[in-house]
Design a protein around this ligand. Structure first.
Ligand SMILES: NC(=O)c1ccc[n+]([C@@H]2O[C@H](COP(=O)([O-])OP(=O)(O)OC[C@H]3O[C@@H](n4cnc5c(N)ncnc54)[C@H](O)[C@@H]3O)[C@@H](O)[C@H]2O)c1
Length: 431
């Protein structure tokens, strides 16, 4: 099929590359000329494992092209995926101006029946709005359909997730739209659920909020474990073995990235706007947010006054496998520590360049490797569980540090081994 993708970000570029890999002909559009310039030169604008090889193959086959030209893409596509950003506004609602903007441009240039698919995460009833906008701008009354096809891929494993989803959700309101999307995805072996558009939109917000709730539950458990001296890993294992509950995502942790924090906010906001005060989501948000202060509290328990101390931050991106720093918990934790007079030394295997730009002007030293990062520090905090941090030579780490204090926010390291080596190890809900 001839597919257009608007937005060459984490979702759009992965979607475009994977659809090209599946044999479709893909035109990717972005209004960021720097991004398009890089992509035309065969470079990627961000790090995502597995993506460069697939893009290289698609470029060589000529099955993917990059342009800033929405009219051309519209004329040449049978299906168009809208994958632009839907960032949070100050009040927590989703900013849908980019979605509206591109929909207008597509509508003005429709030349034949086109299926316009919202893949960006949008609040329920956005499809209705989209249809309205397209109808107004589509002055030649070219036939079209709107569909919703929420994306569930996770950065860091996005390519794998695209080809192996737990389910494909399509929200459709015509047989024609359903047939096109079923055909498009027919080689992916996953259950496909076809719903109305509003339900499909709701599935995405409801899923992400539930995931955030599972983390919040585990975070709350970790706090209780810290207070009474139990081990949250053992507790969640025992709880998660109940099939009705499930083990996945039942881990304490810091919630970050471009999806969970903003989607839960947007879901809360849209629920309230429609007359339901979804207080449960407020509690989830509050528990997850307070986990950051809990990290600071652990450092204070170990180091007493933080002012004047130097602390190493291992890992900056919100999760391993990506260089994405949007809503990364590291940013908040670093800001909180700097406010307390701490000097930060940071290291991340892939997001250093982005971090240097983003944190420019803040009092942060960047280290070239993990050992340089922990040199002469009074504590090291593991914020992202990069594989590299699992393979550290801890005797070298201990020698390099002023005080052997490790705060393992991801419960990633072997606590007993580190304690035996003489570290003052603090996990979350396991010490
Ligand atoms: N990142 C994820 O893991 C993920 C997962 C599932 C769903 N989503 C959702 O997918 C959407 C996109 O997320 P993302 O992470 O890819 O965002 P992103 O910021 O990485 O990418 C968005 C792209 O859209 C482009 N863009 C914005 N306005 C445009 C316009 N008017 N014309 C053309 N291009 C335009 C931007 O330049 C950017 O390249 C969001 O709604 C997000 O919530 C993201």
């Amino acid at each position: 099929m001839k597919v257009g993708v608007i937005g060459c970000g984490y979702v759009g570029l992965v979607t475009g590359a994977c659809l090209a890999e599946m044999g479709h002909r893909v035109i990717c559009v972005d209004n960021d000329s720097v991004k398009i310039g890089l992509l035309k030169k065969g470079k990627e604008p961000f790090f995502e494992a597995g993506l460069p090889a697939m893009l290289k193959k698609a470029r060589q086959k000529g099955s993917i092209v990059f342009t800033g030209d929405i009219p051309r893409m519209t004329r040449e596509s049978e299906v168009i995926f809208i994958c632009v950003g839907t960032p949070p506004r100050a009040d927590g609602s989703a900013d849908l101006s980019a979605v509206e903007n591109v929909a207008r441009q597509v509508a003005r240039n429709l030349a034949h029946y086109t299926l316009i698919v919202e893949k960006s995460t949008v609040p329920a009833a956005t499809g209705e709005r989209l249809a309205g906008v397209v109808k107004i701008e589509n002055q030649r009354a070219v036939p079209f359909d709107i569909a919703s096809n929420p994306e569930f891929l996770r950065e860091g494993t996005a390519v794998h997730d695209f080809f192996h989803p737990d389910r494909i959700v399509i929200g459709v309101e015509s047989k024609r739209a359903e047939t096109i999307l079923r055909e498009l995805y027919k080689t992916i072996k996953a259950p496909l659920i076809a719903t109305d558009i509003k339900s499909a939109e709701l599935i995405k917000h409801a899923s992400n909020s539930f995931l955030a709730a599972k983390i919040a539950y585990a975070n709350a458990l970790s706090r209780i474990c810290d207070l009474i001296g139990a081990d949250v890993g053992q507790v969640t294992k025992g709880v998660g073995m109940d099939k009705r509950i499930g083990r996945d995502f039942l881990n304490p942790g810091l919630v970050g990235g471009f999806c969970l924090p903003k989607d839960i906010e947007a879901f809360y906001h849209i629920s309230k706007k429609n007359g339901y005060d979804f207080k449960f989501l407020e509690a989830v948000k509050e528990i997850n947010e307070s986990q950051k202060d809990h990290v600071i509290a652990k450092l204070e328990e170990e180091l007493w006054n933080l002012e004047g101390k130097t602390i190493a931050i291992l890992g900056l991106s919100f999760k391993p496998g990506t260089d994405d720093l949007r809503f990364a918990p590291s940013l908040d934790i670093i800001a909180k520590l700097i406010n307390k007079g701490v000097t930060i030394r940071a290291y991340d295997p892939v997001s250093m360049q982005k971090a240097k730009k983003l944190l420019d002007g803040k009092k942060i030293l960047f280290a070239g490797d993990p050992y340089a990062c922990v040199r002469r520090v009074q504590a090291a905090v593991l914020l992202t569980e990069w594989e590299e941090f699992g393979k550290l030579d801890f005797s070298k780490v201990k020698k390099a540090m002023d005080l052997p204090v490790l705060v393992d926010v991801r419960n990633y390291w072997d606590a007993q081994k580190l304690k035996d080596m003489g570290f003052r190890y603090r996990g979350m809900g396991r010490s």
